[in-house]
Every structure is written in C-alpha cells, then in structure tokens.
Design a protein around this ligand. Structure first.
Ligand code: SN0
Length: 317
C-alpha cells in the first residue's frame, strides 16, 4: 500500500479487516518488520485516539515513532503556491513535507477542513500536496473530507460484534452539536460501509444530506425513528451542513440517541468515534450501558492502524 487516504486505496477490504482482527490476537508477532524504520505523525489539529493508537501500532510493529503537533510546535505553514511569503506564514509545505520525508519512512498527517470554502476543502489540497512532496508512503490521520483509519476500525468492530450469518442493518444517525463539525467521519463511514457486507441507512435532518459522492447507493431518510427500526448497529455522529457549507442549521432537538430510541432497534450496539458530547450527542445512559461499543471501538483503532502500517512496511521492506 503506497498511501492510505480512503477505502479506494485498499484492494481487498475484507482481507484488511481480517488482518486487523488477526493482529489483535497477536499484536507483537511482526515486531521485526518495522525495526529501524521511522514513523512520523504530524498533527495540525488535536487528537487523542488517533495519536496514541497509531503510535502504539507503530511500536507494536517495532517502529521508532516521532510525533509533532505542527500547529503548535512548528512554523506557520504556507500551502499556496506562488505567493510572496511576506506575511505570517514562515515555511512552505514544499520544503516542510520534503524535509519530513527525509527523516521518516512512513508519515501520517492530520489536517481538518476549514469549513469555509467547500471547493477548497473537498479538493483535499493539503493532503494531496503533502503526498506529492513527502516522497514516502502517507497515511491520512483525518483529512478535510475523510477519516479512513477510523472507518477501518469501525468496520473491524462491526465484523467482530455482528451476529453470525446475518447481514447487519447499520444506521448512521446525525446527532445534535453546538458547533460546526467536519463531515469526515460520516463521509468515510458511508464509503466503507458500502464496501462491506452490511445494509447501510443514513438518517439526518433536512439540510444535512452529505455529499452524493459519499452516500450514493445508500438510503437517506429524514425520519430518524423510521431509519432506526430493526437496526443492529447505530453509529452516532454530528456533522455540519454540506448544502449550506459548514453551517449549523438546527439545535437538533429530539435527535439525541436515547434508550427510548434504542427500543426501536434490534437491541442495537451503539457506536461513536469519540470525543463525544455526553447528554448532547448521546445520552449518558447509553454510553454507560451495555449497548455501547465506544471503548472497544477505540481499542480497535490500534489494530486498524497496525494493519495499514504493516501493508506499507511490507512494500518498503
Ligand atoms: C472531529 C470530527 O471530525 O468530528 C474529530 C473526530 C475524530 N471531532 C470534533 O471536532 C469534535 C469537537 C467538539 O468540540 O466536540
């Protein structure tokens, strides 16, 4: 695997999921593979799970791992080509990415969307430039429109928890939030579920439909109760509007996932990528109750990252 930015970089999704589940059983079985190889993890935004699970994944494979919070510790980065840098930006991505490529065998990078200009975010300009300039395999740690390591871990969790012999009904439901949140997790989740052995239904209020590119082929319902009927898995997530780009259109009253809503489902397991706003996106009772998968889902982030890094190491070994 040369890069990991979306499900489209994966040749055989089911095989990668199985690999992650195998690594969960024997996490240290391939410690020699990453010996003397360096993983660099670059963050332009905050992170808890992605940072620690990817670092752990690298260490499980015997890699040396360097982490940099570039937004706080680095020089202010310029990404536009052809500009005279006489303002606040100090270093161009042309030099920064190329230099980091000298120090690392694999680089992971996180850069959220700005949620101001739809064309700009959806062009994935920063990630694409970084891949071109770094000259080493690049893993997305959440880009402007996708969060593929999260989605792989989500699919691993569903595979692990699904009842044998039944194609599960998976519902992605929008949840209330107080601020504008990226589409990445929801976009990626839809994209990965469409490649999996599940039936995906998406439910969100009007005005919150995700980009067709990500949802096409899946049912989108504006009635949450109807969508939840018979669900085996409910994935809870807020996102801002795509149509009125980056806007919060409603307080979303009545959309929080509660035990009352859970009663409409097939005793569904409830998932969330975290961080979660308790009592706003998801009720405390669900998070603290037997149907929540959020901690195991976060645990699986390590093995998802490890499966991806292993494929990359095998290629450069
Ligand atoms: C990010 C997102 O894309 O939804 C990262 C999730 C892995 N989440 C947030 O930005 C939440 C911020 C908040 O204030 O709740």
């Amino acid at each position: 695997m040369k890069q990991f930015t979306s499900v489209h970089d994966v040749q055989d999704v089911a095989a990668l999921v199985n690999e992650a589940l195998q690594l969960k059983q024997t996490p240290l079985a391939h410690k020699a593979l990453g010996q003397d190889k360096t993983l660099g993890l670059i963050f332009m935004n905050p992170s808890l799970r992605t940072r620690l699970s990817t670092q752990k994944a690298g260490m499980n494979l015997g890699m040396n791992v360097m982490v940099m919070n570039l937004d706080k510790e680095g020089w202010a980065l310029e990404t536009q080509d052809g500009v005279v840098m006489n303002g606040t930006t100090v270093e161009h991505i042309r030099e920064a990415a190329a230099v980091m490529g000298q120090y690392c065998d694999i680089i992971g990078i996180r850069s959220f969307p700005k949620l101001q200009d739809r064309e700009e975010d959806y062009s994935e300009d920063l990630l694409n430039k970084f891949i071109k300039l770094a000259g080493v395999p690049v893993v997305s740690l959440e880009s402007a429109t996708r969060h593929p390591l999260q989605s792989l871990a989500d699919l691993v969790t569903i595979k692990e928890q699904a009842a044998a012999g039944k194609r599960p009904k998976v519902v992605l439901t929008w949840a209330p939030h107080v601020k504008a949140i990226p589409h990445c997790v929801a976009n990626s989740f839809a994209e990965w579920m469409q490649q999996a052995d599940v039936d995906l239904v998406i439910t969100n209020p009007e005005g919150y439909d995700l980009a067709d590119k990500f949802t096409k082929g899946s049912q989108v319902l504006h009635n949450q109760d109807e969508a939840l009927k018979g669900a085996d898995f409910v994935y809870v997530k807020n996102w801002s509007s795509y149509e009125e780009y980056g806007k919060v259109l409603t307080d979303g009253e009545g959309w929080m996932m509660t035990n009352e809503k859970l009663a409409l489902t097939n005793n569904a397991k409830v998932m969330h990528c975290l961080p979660v706003r308790r009592g706003l996106e998801l009720s405390q009772e669900i998070l603290d109750g037997p149907n929540s998968l959020v901690i195991e889902q976060a645990n699986n982030r390590t093995y998802a990252a490890q499966a991806v890094l292993k494929r990359m190491l095998e290629r450069i070994a």
